[in-house]
Design a protein around this ligand. Structure first.
Ligand SMILES: [Zn+2]
Length: 293
C-alpha cells in the first residue's frame, strides 16, 4: 500500500515567539522535490539542514527538538502535526532561529498556512509503513501500543488529578478534515505551579495566556476552552507530530495511555527498529512466516 508523495505549491511564512526560548522567529515553508522528506533549514546559520527524523531528535522535555552539530530547532511537533495531517511528505522548513513559533498553541495556524500554500502531488509514491506484529513501549502506567491496521487510528487517554482535566479519552481516525475541525484547534496547556521551575530550566520563557491554556489548581485562568476535552485532543495533535519523525506515512491502530514526547519518541524508535529488523512492515504485508523456522 502506497501513499502519494506531496509538497506545497508555493512558499508561505509565519512569524512568532517560541514557547520555550522566548525567541521570535520566522518560518518559511518551501516546496521540495520528492525524496528530500521533511527538512528543517537554519536560514540564519548558512542553511544548515536538519532532517525531521527520529535520528535527529536531541531533546524531549515538554516539546520535541531536532538538531545536528549543536544546532537545533525546537517545538517542532505542532507544525509537523499539520504537515502530517495534510499528507505532505516533502517540504523544506526554513527558520531563522532555534524554535518554531508557538502562535496560538495549536496547529490551526499551520493548517491555514498550508491551506494558503496549496498542496500538490509530486507524481511518485512512498510505501506506507505497516507492521505485521503488534508492538508496545511501556513506562509504568504509561504505554503506547500499536496493532496492525490498514489505516492510521490514534487513541489517547490521559488522567490528571485536576478538576478541569481528570480522565479524558479520544479516538481519532486520521483524516484531513476531521483533523482540521477536531484536533488542530486544541491548544497546548501548562500549570502555573510548574512555571517557575520550567523557567529556571530555560523553558516556557515565551509562554503566555495568548499561546497556552494556563491552569491554576482550581481551573482554567484564560478560558473559555475550545473543547471540554481540549487537553486529550492536544495530546493526539502532539502524537501525530512526533510520528512525522518516522519519515514516512504510517498505518496502524495506536493506543497511547498517559504518554508524552519522551514515550512518543521511544515508540517511534521501536517502530523503526521493528521495520528494519524484518523488511517486515514496509509496503504490502508479507506472507505469514512459519511459526517454527
Ligand atoms: Zn503540544
Amino acid at each position: 500500500m502506497n501513499a502519494q508523495r506531496k509538497t506545497i505549491n508555493t512558499p508561505v511564512s509565519i512569524s512568532g515567539i517560541g514557547l520555550h526560548s522566548g525567541i521570535y522567529t520566522t518560518v518559511e515553508l518551501r516546496p521540495s522535490s520528492p525524496s528530500n522528506g521533511i527538512t528543517f533549514v537554519r536560514a540564519d546559520l548558512d542553511g544548515l539542514r536538519i532532517p525531521a527524523l527520529q535520528a535527529s531528535t536531541t531533546a524531549l522535555d515538554y516539546a520535541t527538538t531536532v538538531g545536528k552539530d549543536d544546532v537545533s530547532v525546537g517545538t517542532v511537533e505542532h507544525l509537523l502535526s499539520a504537515v502530517m495531517a495534510c499528507g505532505i511528505t516533502d517540504v523544506e522548513v526554513h527558520i531563522d532561529g532555534p524554535e518554531v513559533p508557538i502562535v496560538d498553541g495549536s496547529a490551526l495556524p499551520f493548517m491555514h498556512l498550508i491551506d494558503a500554500a496549496g498542496v500538490r502531488d509530486l507524481g511518485t509514491e512512498i510505501p506506507l509503513l505497516r507492521l505485521r506484529q503488534p508492538i508496545e513501549v511501556v513506562d509504568g502506567e504509561k504505554f503506547i501500543r500499536m496493532a496492525p491496521a490498514n489505516r492510521l487510528v490514534l487513541k489517547y487517554k490521559i488522567d490528571f488529578s485536576h478538576p478541569v482535566i481528570g480522565r479524558q479519552s479520544y479516538n481519532f481516525d486520521y483524516h484531513h478534515d476531521s483533523f482540521l475541525k477536531k484536533i488542530a484547534p486544541a491548544r497546548t496547556f501548562g500549570f502555573v505551579r510548574d512555571v517557575e521551575k520550567m523557567r529556571a530550566a530555560g523553558l516556557a520563557r515565551g509562554g503566555s495566556v495568548e499561546n497556552c491554556i494556563v491552569l491554576d489548581d482550581e481551573g482554567v485562568m484564560n478560558g473559555p476552552l475550545r473543547f471540554r476535552d481540549e487537553f486529550v485532543r492536544h495530546k493526539i495533535l502532539d502524537l501525530l507530530g512526533d510520528l512525522a519523525l518516522i519519515g514516512r506515512p504510517i498505518a496502524g491502530e495506536i493506543t497511547a495511555n498517559r504518554a508524552g514526547h519522551a514515550l512518543h519518541s521511544r515508540f517511534v524508535a521501536k517502530v523503526l527498529e521493528a521495520a528494519s529488523r524484518a523488511e517486515d512492515g514496509l509496503g504490502e504485508a508479507a506472507p505469514p512466516e512459519p511459526l517454527f523456522a
